[in-house]
Write a protein that binds this ligand. Structure first.
Ligand code: ATP
Length: 460
């Protein structure tokens, strides 16, 4: 049985609460391009910072890089993208639909009742023709064939062409890696499913350079490490699995490839979040050939030189963010209340807002005390102050934004110099002195669940 499809509900929540908006919406939108609103940009940054910390800052064998989106056009000849970054495209002459020939089973015909393209008697599909996914533009004032350049379709090539720059500047020894987070552009034929497949997106990619012969072992290590990273985001174990590329899916140069897939529910089901690839020496070898520059590592201790083998981990933050929202979305009954709630059970460390701060009423100095608490906490993490409407409503608004803590100042707070903390996931409440609020929340953020027990266990 497929898991329920929550995509339509998420698209509407994402817009209502400011996670994701359609690009250029007031002009009718631009196909499969999206903007990240106030909550979305925080969630995406938290995700990217977690990746950067795991892949770069907490290790001594991976260096960071931020290479340019525009690159020399020869890069894309060497990488194989000019000749081979193609999808087979078919048109339907009857309904004017346009589909990827290799994904007809995932596509819906424009006719009703909806079927796969080719399944209606009236369908008239053309022969497939190849379509290059790279966006072209021109560099400089003259728009001729000599000035054509591309918006990069992946960040990886920036790491390959800088292999020696990074290695020499940081005095790294093989094995070591180069990591990047940045924009990529693909003129996808059939984009869709909200932010799952878009024409402008981001990548978090790491290229790990190893001595030939040690690649199979490093491949296994990276496979395990990357799966563990996704699990630690709070993505449910039974929604994650590996998909091994069979001989027909494998790029001609690749020695092995596994995707980490997440179950998005509904008809989308399991889909790729990240690819782990053993790319052999294809990339450095090709750049060596096309640039005429040696891209070899000099192993001084062993007195030899070689082109390293590359293990790549290629993850999409936009897709992972969608997976986080799908994974976190719940509609729940609340004990003792008639109205249920919609809640995003996001990992506390990823939640865009860490705490909502509320005065129970607008009198007896409660708003002033709550504002003081909010200002104090805001020095450490994002906080939302709210004094508008019934307290239940205010809690619900923060539940829907995934905020793990609700801090309420009530009639007793001034007397005891304390406030109540309400926990998003188990709805328990504890009273904490105002001077200990920041450290209690910090302890909570180190734990993995938004419950009272996990916070106390984390040493608050
Ligand atoms: P797919 O088979 O879904 O087109 P891919 O195998 O071409 O993806 P890679 O080139 O390995 O993808 O890119 C690495 C990651 O970048 C993917 O796992 C995905 O998370 C992300 N990604 C790729 N294309 C898109 C896109 N059009 N929109 C959003 N994210 C993308």
């Amino acid at each position: 049985m497929p898991r329920p499809d929550v995509m339509d509900k998420l698209v509407s929540l994402a817009k209502r609460r400011g996670f994701v908006f359609q690009s250029s919406e007031i002009y009718g939108g631009l196909g499969s391009v999206w903007d990240y609103g106030p909550l979305g940009v925080e969630l995406k940054r938290n995700l990217q910072e977690r990746w950067w910390h795991a892949m770069v800052r907490s290790r001594d064998d991976i260096e960071g890089l931020d290479s340019a989106i525009l690159m020399h056009p020869r890069v894309w000849e060497a990488s194989g993208h000019v000749a081979g970054f193609m999808d087979p495209l078919v048109d339907c002459k009857a309904c004017k639909g346009r589909f990827r020939a290799d994904k007809l089973a995932d596509a819906q015909c424009l006719r009703k009742p909806s079927k796969h393209p080719g399944d209606h008697a009236e369908c008239q599909l053309t022969e497939p023709r190849l379509f290059n996914l790279m966006f072209k533009t021109h560099i400089g004032p003259v728009e001729d064939s000599a000035s054509v350049i591309y918006l990069r379709p992946e960040t990886a090539q920036g790491s390959y062409v800088n292999f020696l720059n990074v290695q020499q500047a940081s005095r790294q020894k093989v094995p070591f890696g180069i990591a990047q987070i940045g924009k990529a552009f693909r003129n996808e034929i059939t984009p869709g499913n909200f932010i799952f497949r878009t024409r402008e997106f981001e990548q978090m990619e790491m290229q790990f350079f190893v001595e030939p012969g040690t690649d199979a072992e490093w491949f296994e290590r990276w496979k395990a490490a990357r799966m563990e990273w996704h699990r630690a985001l709070g993505l449910a174990d039974d929604r994650l699995h590996f998909h091994q590329h069979g001989p027909t899916e494998l790029a001609h140069y690749a020695r092995a490839a596994f995707d980490i897939e997440f179950d998005f529910g509904g008809s989308l089901g399991f889909q790729e979040l990240e690819g782990i690839h053993n790319r052999g020496d294809y990339d450095l070898g090709r750049h060596q050939e096309f640039s005429g520059k040696r891209l070899e590592y000099v192993d001084q201790a062993a007195n030899r030189r070689y082109v390293p083998t590359v293990i790549e981990t290629a993850c999409g933050p936009n897709r992972t963010l969608l997976a986080l929202l799908v994974n976190a979305y719940r509609e729940e009954a609340v004990p003792g209340e008639e109205e249920g709630r919609t809640v995003l059970r996001l990992h506390p460390a990823l939640a865009p807002i860490k705490a909502g701060v509320f005065p129970l009423t607008k009198k007896d100095g409660q708003p002033e005390m709550a504002e003081r608490i909010a200002a104090d906490l805001r020095r450490t993490f994002p906080v939302f102050y709210d004094d508008a409407g019934a307290i239940g409503r205010r809690y619900r608004r923060q539940d829907e934004a995934g905020t793990p803590f609700g801090i309420t100042v009530d009639g007793d707070s001034a007397k005891h110099d304390d406030a109540t903390i309400r926990f998003r996931d188990d709805l328990k409440q504890i009273r904490v002195g105002t001077t200990r609020l920041a450290e209690t929340i910090a302890a909570f953020l180190r734990s993995d669940r938004a419950t009272a027990d996990s916070t106390l266990a984390a040493g608050a």
